[in-house]
Design a protein. Structure first.
Length: 248
């Protein structure tokens, strides 16, 4: 029995690691698709695609997965993907936006609606919560990738590159830009030698609402179900969980 139990535990950890790796590959695939769709499939002429391909290599993503995402963007195979956004309310009335990339919007709409319903939320109409978010260019630089520069130097480089705002955290620098300025700021920082951890357009909440204590489990379940959907690209939340929240 002990041998079986040990194998079971090892297999369980392996399955969890495989699932985590699969979600990372899924996210990178979507980023590859978006970057290639916006700027072409040639990384030499598409800095955003080059950045995502570097992430794919760092994550040891198989080349076949990378090529599959590029084929989707260029229309190889005949599948057509749509980028859609759903808006809704989580438990406690918290605002949520769900960005999807799908080749079957009926399937995706049903899955997103089901997730909200199962976890005490509700799907809203277009515009119901979008006004609570700002569309921003978003760049992150990990502290370990800051070229041994001081905080002041990194902040000054970002502002000189055209950033609107910078937030300094324990692990990273968050840089916010006008969406139209994102490519220029990204390219300027890369030219200065910075290794960017992220460079994308995101929906940033203007304000956040704390999830009521009795709704935390439902809320976490909703976000998890949405995030695990193969069609979902990003989930944007205008919500806070209490610091001492038990989310297990």
């Amino acid at each position: 029995m002990s041998g079986h139990s040990k194998w079971h535990n090892i297999q369980g950890r392996k399955n969890a690691q495989d699932a985590k790796r699969g979600k990372i590959f899924q996210k990178i695939s979507r980023d590859l698709y978006q970057a290639a769709k916006a700027g072409g499939v040639d990384p030499d002429g598409n800095p955003q695609l080059r950045l995502v391909m570097e992430k794919a290599r760092a994550a040891n993503m198989p080349k076949t997965n990378v090529q599959r995402a590029l084929d989707k963007a260029s229309g190889v195979g005949g599948s057509k993907f749509e980028e859609l956004t759903y808006e809704g309310y989580g438990p406690g009335g918290t605002a949520i936006m769900v960005s999807v990339l799908t080749d079957n919007k009926n399937r995706t709409a049903a899955a997103v609606r089901s997730a909200f319903t199962h976890h005490g939320g509700s799907l809203g109409t277009d515009g119901s919560v979008a006004y609570m978010f700002d569309r921003k260019g978003y760049i992150t630089i990990l502290r370990e990738d800051g070229l041994d520069k001081s905080e002041d130097d990194i902040m000054m480089d970002a502002l000189d590159a055209g950033a609107d705002d910078i937030q300094v955290n324990d692990d990273e620098f968050e840089i916010f830009t006008d969406p139209a300025s994102l490519p220029e700021v990204r390219d300027t920082l890369q030219a200065k030698g910075y290794d960017l951890d992220a460079a994308e357009v995101k929906m940033i909440p203007e304000n956040t609402t704390e999830v009521p204590e009795g709704k935390i489990s439902q809320y976490v379940g909703l976000i998890d179900e949405l995030s695990e959907n193969d069609d979902v690209q990003d989930v944007y939340e205008a919500a806070d969980l209490p610091d001492d929240a038990d989310v297990e």
